[in-house]
Design a protein around this ligand. Structure first.
Ligand code: BYC
Ligand code: FE
Ligand code: FE
Length: 470
């Protein structure tokens, strides 16, 4: 193995691709500078029990060791190529997949890749201050694992830009290091990636809802007729599973602990016991879920129709779940606001592609909520967590300019303002939740507001020293 391949693990022939090497040689130091400036604050010298992908073979992408995050080996991996693969949907169905960027789709593809790439460093920026308030060493390690892998996902998109898009690709790759989450002048591209994530409740909901959007978007791009994009996204999905696990079980552990605290309290008041009460959790669910629904774009979208027609972005599990991959016939009923009423109209199937993806996402979210509710039920507590209507609190698409209650009823802006504090987290909730985020950094110990996990990472016990603080 060459020294370069050792430094940047890859299966893209980096050591023999001089052009790619030159592009990466320029970009990599800027990436490291970005990581040191915007990555986990105050924990760059810690030794963290991290999983590093060093090959795509089974086992090769899950190597565990204590490493300092700036020394993490960010690699470039594509799912191995399948010979004879054909485009799976759209106008070019059945033609061979593209190994290079087709000229007529260059701009659309670059835009998809840049939009995807932008989310990865954004999430690291959003989470950079969380290390100091980790509820346990186990959780701190999971946060940093997610962070380095989001860093690798940025590498994945930058590889595509460098390898397939020439000069403007290199410029876009630089810009991915220059935008900043929440910055007024140069914000990240998509809404949810500029939202503050100031405490671990928001972190877990982010990993639950926002990373889950990532799963669906990556799965849609994994169907792409542009084969390098499809293969890159397929491999990213193997890492994504852990992020979703962190989010879903993180919220699940909060629910469990809240139930325990309620039972301890004479008035069933989890807050009085220093925990996160279920109504507050519901508000944060409403907040993060609605912001993440926006990430799927408008319900009716000509951009989405064009991307499908061109064979660039498919549906979730396009190959295994659908028979008609052309979608020129048929319509989907969709709800619009007209005057002061909700009306149902038919939309061409291709134009509804964002909505189909969002619907699959919603089913997946509901499955997780049902599991949390089982915990509440088992504790004998009468409370049900709910996903709000997909019309509630939206900033993109059919419902953006209107107000809805969590059940999806159209209401006036004044009514929404009056009820907002019951439905979405308030500044007071933020202050309270932030106030209970006391770090708990002794191996085996856990903060009061969350239950410990059932098991540790990679067969290690919960008490394992997942992070050796510098
Ligand atoms: N915020 O036709 P429309 C992840 C814009 S997460 C702000 O309805 P379209 C991760 C849109 O650009 C996965 N602007 O939607 C998770 C368009 O602008 P123009 C991220 C928005 O074009 C956790 C206009 O509104 N991956 O990986 O179909 C941690 C109308 O758009 C938003 C991807 O998103 C928004 N939320 O766009 C780390 C995949 N939504 O044309 C990582 C790549 C829409 O009027 N992106 N706009 O200027 C795409 O597939 C699509 O671009 C979108 C939908 C999903 C964003
Ligand atoms: Fe990612
Ligand atoms: Fe992720």
């Amino acid at each position: 193995m060459s020294e370069l391949d050792e430094k940047i693990p890859n299966n893209v022939g980096l050591s023999t691709d001089k052009r790619l090497q030159r592009a990466l040689e320029k970009w990599q130091p800027n990436y490291i500078n970005w990581w040191k400036e915007m990555g986990p604050l105050g924990h760059q010298a810690d030794n963290v029990y991290l999983r590093t992908a060093i090959s795509v073979e089974s086992g090769g992408w899950a190597n565990f060791d204590h490493v300092k995050m700036p020394d993490y080996r960010w690699g470039i991996f594509l799912e191995p190529k399948t010979e004879g693969k054909t485009i799976g949907f759209g106008d070019e169905l059945g033609k061979p997949v593209w190994d290079e960027v087709p000229g007529e789709h260059r701009n659309a593809l670059r835009r998809l890749i840049v939009t995807q790439g932008d989310t990865e460093p954004a999430s690291v920026e959003q989470q950079r201050r969380l290390g100091d308030t980790a509820p346990s060493m186990y959780d701190m390690r999971n946060l940093f694992q997610v962070n380095v892998e989001e860093g690798r996902h940025l590498w994945a998109m930058v590889y595509l830009l460098h390898r397939y898009f020439g000069r403007d690709g290199r410029e876009e790759a630089e810009d991915l290091l220059n935008r900043r989450s929440g910055d007024d002048d140069k914000p990240r591209i998509l809404g949810a990636f500029n939202e503050p994530t100031n405490h671990w409740l928001s972190f877990f909901l982010f990993a639950m809802f926002t990373d889950r959007d990532g799963k669906y978007q990556l799965a849609a791009l994994a169907e792409s007729g542009f084969d390098p994009l499809a293969r890159t996204c397929s491999f990213m999905l193997t890492e994504e599973a852990h992020h979703l696990f962190v989010g879903e079980t993180g919220v699940g552990r909060i629910v469990q602990r809240t139930c325990e605290l309620m039972k301890k309290d004479p008035n069933d008041d989890a807050r009085a016991q220093g925990g996160i009460d279920l109504p507050t959790l519901q508000k944060y669910i409403n907040q993060w879920y609605s912001v993440c629904l926006d990430l799927f774009g408008g319900e009716s979208s000509s951009n989405a129709a064009d991307a499908f027609a061109a064979g660039l972005k498919g549906r979730y599990k396009e190959q295994s779940r659908f028979e008609d991959h052309v979608c020129l016939e048929g319509v989907k009923d969709m709800t619009f606001v007209e005057g002061n009423k909700l009306v149902t109209k038919e939309v061409a199937v291709r134009t509804a592609m964002n909505e189909y993806l969002r619907e699959d996402y919603i089913v997946d979210c509901q499955r997780a909520v049902d599991r949390w509710n089982k915990t509440i039920e088992s504790a004998g507590i009468n409370f049900t967590l709910k996903l709000p209507s997909s019309r509630f609190h939206r900033s993109i698409g059919n419902y953006a300019e209107h107000s809805f209650d969590p059940e999806g009823n159209l209401i006036s802006a004044a009514e929404f303002e009056a009820k907002k504090g019951e439905w979405l987290s308030t500044p007071e909730d933020e202050i309270y939740v932030t106030s209970i985020m006391k770090p708990c950094l002794e191996p085996g110990k856990i903060a009061n507001w969350i239950a410990p996990p059932r098991r540790g990472i990679n067969g290690q016990p919960f008490e394992y020293e997942y992070v050796k603080l510098a």
